[in-house]
Design a protein around this ligand. Structure first.
Ligand code: NAD
Length: 729
């Protein structure tokens, strides 16, 4: 069995079929690409072949390049990488020219791509090199070039071809944002040429091959007098496009994502030269990008390791624990969200609250989300009815009989949680796993209320549940393997990404994010210009500045957490300066977005207007401001150090989880690949230097952990020391 096979039928059409053995989705490997090359050569050389159809035997065309291959490509260094890319361009260019005379542009063999379903990445770049792209009318199919989302750009000619086919402006959403379309939308946008009934796909493709004329095979950029749609950079309209695109990219990425810059450079420079030179420029920028540590780290965390965690990299070896019937206790903001994502995954849900009205309100949250989906045409009335039919909203604990997993999301109060635990255990079967969604209370303590502490676990969702993809699973001291497997299988069912951590104050995510917020607030107290704090955070790639973040999560929650932390840590409590600001804000009723007043000002409709002008009256801005790097280092290092301490203390047991969890959980500078990847990029020695400087200026909270010092002394990296298998990625 091989990835591609070619069969020529009686009418002289060679059908090259992509069907990677043993996989549900085709992904491209270098070997497969070489095989495709040979099959194309054979078809072009065979006088009996009039033309070629490239299609797939699977329900989809292809998911893209195997990113592990891309990760490995960089190992040979720049020249080998560039040569490999040029080899790939050569094959695709051969398909595009299809044996035609380069002068007369005559005599080529038509080659058409017939897409039964999804076609992503190289799965669209290959069709873009063909003479026509026909897709089956399959509304579930996704067509596009999502490379930018994992820190690279389409480097198989997709960038150059799409920019020339559509013009830079029209291609921008597909290249710069990785926008995906269903076949009809892809046709309307000009990504593909035709959409046909699925059963007619092959026949229509062959029909086109057999009727194509010489002129049908010539790409606009190979024809005489080609001009880039919308204008090349020195055309007045093109000039506007490129200036605008550059500003837009810088505005969106703050310049921290090398992929967007490299992509724009490839398009801009490519537009000024002939097509084959443009491909060479694309290959140069792609080489440059793949050798950039940011792209390495992004691919590793956002693709390879994220997928490994989703597939159960850290799942204990116990039989399948898929959830059939779920009980959710507490139908508030979190419980309602958990019920929605679970019912959406086909799980039967019993949603319990203390009052029927509250339970019904929780279920109504699902109805609201489904209504929104219907408005966008994504949900049918039948699907809505079916989904809502899976959720039983009640106050009756007896309805929990037969549940195999419970997720408790009642008030953050150990007494209430203990009562609920006992009430649930009185009605569920002996094998049922009990999970708490607490965000701050140690699991081991809460498990004391359980008769079966080995079946007691933390499953910590992030808000809003339907949007946030990370789920933090917390093992209490007594938690057994089956409970961990159950939690992981549940997270897989609801298609989110899990990390598994050990029990400690604030677990992992909150442990890192709270110091980030506190550092921002501390700077306000010190007189650092608040706008400077927020912008410095953005310039290191944080999606939200610390002051905006605390406004979103609410300042009274910050006060509550501060009080609880102070009670738990006593004399050693280090955040008095932060509390002064936090408590003063809360005292004035500036509780954040929900109160329409916080560190930011909001208009009556709740729109954020800018930082609150009253801040300066409370905390005057100092005459001398810190250098930008000092503020940037403080904001990033305070999080990264907490991650290192979590690893040192055994809260984290896998740095892959630390990195993936940081990006998905609280948006830690995605360009860096996560806190451990960031420390690896700058190197342990430089990290220690930064810590020493920050400690001297700002205090002991920046003291480098022993582990980091030891690694600096030995010249080690986190991925080298803790994840040798993941290092190659
Ligand atoms: P919420 O106040 O919106 O909802 C709590 C719900 O529990 C209410 O509807 C309440 O009526 C119900 N309830 C209280 N006592 C009950 C009982 N004895 N029996 C049945 N129902 C009862 O709170 P929330 O924001 O949804 O938080 C719930 C839990 O999730 C808390 O432990 C919280 O720490 C945790 N959490 C919250 C967030 C967040 O961002 N809000 C994030 C992660 C975890």
């Amino acid at each position: 069995m091989s990835d591609f096979t070619s069969v020529t039928d009686a009418d002289g059409v060679a059908v090259i079929t992509w069907d990677v053995p043993g996989k549900s989705m085709n992904v491209m490997s270098m070997e497969a690409f070489n095989l495709l090359d040979r099959l194309v050569d054979a078809a072009l050389a065979d006088p009996a072949v009039k033309g070629v159809v490239i299609t797939s035997a699977k329900k989809d065309f292809a998911g893209g390049m195997d990113l592990n291959v891309i990760a490995r490509m960089r190992e040979g260094g720049a020249q080998a990488l560039f040569d490999g890319l040029m080899g790939m361009h050569g094959v695709l260019r051969k398909i595009e020219r299809a044996g035609m005379d380069p002068k007369t542009l005559k005599g080529g063999k038509p080659i058409v791509a017939a897409l039964p379903g999804t076609a992503l990445g190289i799965g669209l770049e290959l069709p873009l090199a063909c003479h026509r792209i026909i897709a089956a009318d399959n509304p579930k199919a996704k067509i596009g070039l999502p490379e930018i989302l994992v820190g690279i750009f389409p480097g198989g000619g997709g960038t150059t071809r799409l920019a020339r086919k559509m013009g830079a402006m029209m291609a921008a959403p597909f290249l710069l944002e990785g926008k995906l379309s269903d076949p009809k939308a892809a046709k309307a946008a000009g990504l593909i040429d035709d959409v046909v009934a699925p059963e007619d796909l092959l026949a229509k493709a062959k029909e086109w091959v057999l009727s194509a004329k010489d002129a049908d095979l010539v790409k606009p950029w190979d024809a005489k007098g080609y001009k880039m749609p919308g204008g090349a950079p020195y055309h007045p309209a093109g000039f506007m496009t490129f200036v605008g695109a550059n500003a837009m990219v810088m505005g969106k990425t703050m310049g921290v994502y090398p992929a967007a810059k490299a992509l724009l450079s490839a398009v801009y420079e490519g537009a000024l030269v002939p097509f084959d030179t443009a491909l060479k420029i694309e290959a140069r920028w792609f080489t440059n990008l793949l050798l950039n540590p940011s792209s390495t780290a992004m691919i590793r965390s956002l693709f390879i390791n994220k997928e490994a965690l989703e597939k159960g990299a850290n799942r204990p070896k116990v039989p399948d624990q898929s959830v059939k019937k779920l009980g959710v206790i507490g139908a508030g903001m979190m419980g309602a969200g958990i019920a929605y994502v679970s019912a959406n995954a086909g799980i039967e849900v019993v949603l319990i609250d203390a009052a029927q009205e509250a339970a019904d309100r929780g279920k109504a949250h699902s109805a609201d989300l489904l209504d929104k989906g219907m408005k966008r045409g994504k949900v049918t009335p039948e699907k809505k009815a079916e989904m809502l039919g899976r959720i039983t909203a009640t106050t009756d604990y007896a309805a929990l009989a037969g549940c195999d997993l419970i997720v408790e999301a009642v008030f953050e109060d150990p007494k209430v949680k203990a009562e609920v635990t006992a009430k649930v255990e009185a009605v569920v079967g002996p094998d049922c796993i009990f999970a708490t969604n607490t965000s701050t209370l140690p699991i081991t303590g809460l498990a004391k209320a359980s008769q079966r502490p080995e079946q007691f676990i933390g499953i910590h969702f992030f808000s809003p549940v339907d949007k946030m993809n990370l789920v933090e699973i917390i093992r209490g001291k007594a938690t057994g393997d089956r409970a961990v497997a159950k939690a992981l299988d549940f997270v897989r069912q609801i298609r989110k990404t899990p990390i598994v951590v050990n029990d400690a104050r604030f677990f992992y995510a909150n442990r890192c994010i709270i110091p980030y917020i506190n550092e921002g607030i501390r700077m306000v107290a010190e007189g650092v210009e608040p706008v400077f704090i927020e912008n410095a955070a953005k310039l290191v790639g944080m999606p939200l500045g610390p002051l905006q973040l605390v406004d979103e999560t609410s300042i009274d929650l910050g006060v509550k957490i501060a009080k609880a932390t102070k009670a738990a840590t006593g004399e050693a409590y280090p955040d008095g300066a932060v509390d002064e600001v936090l408590f003063a804000m809360a005292g004035e009723g500036r509780l954040g977005r929900k109160a329409n007043a916080g560190f930011y000002a909001y208009d009556v409709s709740g729109k954020r207007e800018g930082l609150w002008e009253g801040l300066a009256a409370h905390w005057p801005v100092a005459d001398a401001q810190s250098p930008l790097t000092d503020v940037e280092h403080r904001l990033l290092m305070i999080q990264a150090l907490e991650a290192v301490r979590a690893l040192e203390q055994g809260v984290l047991t896998d740095i892959r989880e630390g990195d993936v969890g940081a990006i998905l959980g609280w948006g830690f500078a995605p360009w860096s690949g996560g806190p451990f990847s960031w420390l690896d990029i700058i190197g342990a020695a430089r990290a220690v230097e930064i810590c020493d400087a920050l400690t001297a200026r700002h205090g002991d909270r920046f003291a480098a952990p022993e582990l980091l010092r030891e690694m600096a002394a030995k010249g080690e990296s986190f991925y080298g020391r803790f994840a040798p298998a993941a290092k190659a990625a």
